[in-house]
Design a protein around this ligand. Structure first.
Ligand code: FES
Length: 167
């Protein structure tokens, strides 16, 4: 399946970078005089653009009339912000207590080895991003992982290959 076929079919798929920047500019205009609104603007910008590359951080800093350092500081401090493109699918390996005790570390290693990426990274084909999550409420059947919104329970390293094959 090609990338377009598997992703959502909404209009935003076809939006150009210029159109995305225009939308972000609108948000900046709306929030630039509101004190303490940087995080909100960054959040919107990430929602629109997908991640926050250097050029976009500079665009926001200029637009909001604040130093680039300040923007960079916020982006790197909060884990919810990403400076690199995300994969089509996000794998979240739970590292909550129950999952950890039941071997989540080995599950994480299996994903990492098979995809050739570390936590926080995206595979070269932009298909998967590997992340760690906190408890996702499936402790009874730990270790658990999520891929996008789907929860997988009782995952063991041997199942990792088959799970990845689904995508
Ligand atoms: S600790 Fe992993 S689901 Fe609760």
């Amino acid at each position: 399946m090609n990338q377009e076929g598997s992703a959502c079919a909404c209009a935003c798929q076809n939006e150009t970078d210029q159109e995305k920047y225009d939308r972000i500019q609108e948000i900046i205009d709306e929030y630039k005089d509101v004190e303490g609104s940087l995080i909100q603007v960054l959040h919107f910008a990430q929602g629109i653009y997908g991640y926050l590359p250097d050029e976009l951080q500079k665009f926001i800093a200029d637009g909001m009339n604040i130093p680039l350092n300040e923007v960079y500081g916020v982006v790197t401090f909060y884990t919810l912000f990403s400076t690199r493109p995300k994969g089509e699918n996000t794998i979240g390996v739970c590292m909550g207590t129950a999952c950890y005790v039941k071997g989540a570390k080995d599950v994480l290693k299996a994903f990492s080895d098979q995809l050739g990426i570390k936590v926080g990274q995206t595979s070269e084909d932009l298909k998967f991003t590997l992340e760690i999550t906190r408890c996702i409420g499936a402790c009874g059947l730990a270790p658990a992982i999520t891929i996008n919104n789907k929860v997988y329970q009782k995952v063991d390293p041997q199942k990792v290959h088959a799970i990845l094959e689904e995508y």
